[in-house]
Ligand binder design. Structure first.
Ligand code: FE
Length: 160
């Protein structure tokens, strides 16, 4: 079977790491996400996160559960003593604040995340300073796909 540029093979199966680089949506310098599933009914999404830099990425918490599967490279949370490496599954309990770090020497990390609810970005005082939910993620995708010529509606294939 053949797949389209977004790696979608029919409606239900996709090549997660796409051949077309444009499918990756920039979210910060050297940080991208690859949308797989936008759940606008229950509020949540699945994506790959790709990071090609080291250091602190964000301090945040989630009101709902998050499941992660590390595909490539490694990363960790400052609040824990473990390192999430390729092949590992990570559970993020609702309400836990953590600080995502990619260590020097990791050229690239790619992790699948299933995120329920939202990303709540917090400062050192634990005050929420920014957030992302399924709707803001869709908006970012629309702007990116429009800007690179795929068209804003390109994101629609990921929305359920
Ligand atoms: Fe998290």
């Amino acid at each position: 079977m053949s797949s389209n540029a977004a790696g979608m093979i029919g409606d239900l199966v996709a090549t997660a790491i796409p051949e077309d680089e444009r499918v990756w949506v920039p979210q910060a310098p050297n940080v991208w996400f690859r949308p797989l599933f936008f759940n606008t009914v229950q509020g949540g999404w699945c994506n790959l996160l790709r990071v090609r830099r080291s250091g602190v990425l964000s301090r945040h918490r989630h009101p709902g559960p998050v499941h992660g599967y590390v595909i490539k490279g490694s990363w960790r949370y400052l609040e824990h003593d473990w390192v999430a490496k390729a092949g590992m599954y990570v559970f993020e309990p609702p309400g836990e604040t953590h600080t995502l770090v990619v260590d020097a020497g990791v050229e690239e990390m790619i992790t699948f995340f299933n995120i329920s609810g939202a990303m709540l970005y917090v400062n050192e005082a634990d005050t929420i300073v920014a957030y992302e939910d399924v709707h803001t993620k869709i908006d970012v995708c629309r702007k990116h796909y429009e800007a690179i010529g795929l068209g804003a509606s390109y994101v629609d294939q990921f929305i359920r």
